[in-house]
Design a protein around this ligand. Structure first.
Ligand code: MN
Length: 345
């Protein structure tokens, strides 16, 4: 009989369960076994739990920000060895479709994302290809290392945006994703304006290098972006890390002529935008999904001392207490920045 392990499964929207499932075994394709040490809770995990993530299928072992230790490596595994500390890429792709042939497996026609379409990281062990594993920086704790994943998402968005030092960037929302976006966008040398509804988050963003902050509840964003950009031009690049009902419309309205607007949300709620808003300024509206082989880039930035992920998470819960962790997240406690599940024995 197969060995068993524990996992966190979303049975259907609003129903989270700790289940027993077969412990995976390695084979020719999934040639390394990783003992999971930590896994982040992302907005998209919360969306799957609440049934608002249009991409998810159920029942599902969720979690796509997963790090652990290699405990078994097959003969074909060359990239990592037993004892290595690794983060696992969440993207699996067919390699054959139009997107894959054009080097964009993150939007593969047959995309299977760990924790969304196939089983993810909220479980004790995962068997994966060695090529999907990336070595963690030595000094980085497992809990902090989960932030490499949202960092790759930020690198992807900045890459889609073709960000440059000349840009004046508006980052809408400085939660977990917006904070990562700020640190990556900052590396380009661009001016950065952040907008949010929580003063503490705005202050933290200013402390982390944002040039200007706008409180959307207290200030008029249309006026403020004019004040903060050269010749009242408006941002040349706007990145939507809030993904609220009217964030896209707002960004289309405030972004300057010939600018770019990057969307990252997964909501299927209709939002009101006008053709005039896009055409008249010849805006580029670009989606940015997941990441396209950006893990090594993120890890290099840490190893080069350009990026610091130490002690940025706010809360940890043992994975068997996942229900408590998701309930706590739903409480919208203002102290929440990033919640991480741990797997200590
Ligand atoms: Mn994530």
């Amino acid at each position: 009989m197969a060995e068993k392990m524990k996992a966190v499964q979303i049975v259907k929207p609003e129903e989270l369960r700790i289940i027993e499932m077969d412990k995976p075994v390695i084979d020719g394709k999934n040639n390394v076994l990783v003992k999971i040490k930590a896994a982040g809770i992302c907005g998209s995990d919360v969306g799957i739990y609440h049934g608002t993530n249009a991409a998810a299928t159920y029942p599902r072992v969720i979690g796509h920000e997963m790090v652990g230790e290699v405990v078994e490596a097959g003969e074909t595994a060359t990239k990592v060895k037993v004892g290595d500390r690794v983060i696992i890429d969440q993207v699996t792709a067919c390699g054959k479709c139009y997107a894959c042939r054009h080097g964009r497996p993150n939007v593969c026609q047959h995309l299977a994302v760990r924790g969304v379409h196939i089983e993810g990281g909220y479980r004790e062990y995962m068997a994966v290809p060695d090529t999907d594993c990336y070595l963690l920086p030595d000094q980085l704790r497992y809990e902090d290392a989960v932030l490499i994943e949202p960092t790759t998402i930020a690198i992807q968005a900045c890459s889609r945006a073709e960000i440059s030092a000349e840009d004046e960037v508006l980052i809408m929302g400085v939660g977990a994703l917006g904070t990562r976006m700020l640190s990556i966008a900052k590396l380009s040398g661009a001016k950065i304006i952040v907008a949010d509804v929580v003063d503490d988050k705005l202050q933290e963003a200013l402390d982390s290098g944002a040039d200007y902050a706008i409180n959307l509840l207290k200030e008029n964003i249309d006026e403020k972006v004019k004040e903060y950009t050269t010749d009242a031009y408006g941002p040349t690049l706007s990145i939507d890390c809030a993904c609220t009902k009217d964030s896209l419309g707002t960004l289309i309205r405030v972004t300057g002529n010939a600018g770019r607007v990057i969307t990252m949300g997964f909501s299927v709620a209709p939002t009101e935008v006008t053709q005039f808003g896009i055409t008249s300024k010849e805006l580029d509206i670009r989606g940015s999904r997941l990441q396209n082989r950006k893990f090594q880039k993120a890890i290099d930035l840490i190893n080069e001392g350009k990026l610091d992920l130490d002690h940025k998470i706010s809360h940890t819960f043992h994975f068997l207490d996942a229900q408590k962790a998701f309930d706590f997240n739903d409480s919208r406690d203002p102290s929440i920045r990033k919640i991480v599940l741990t797997f200590d024995d």
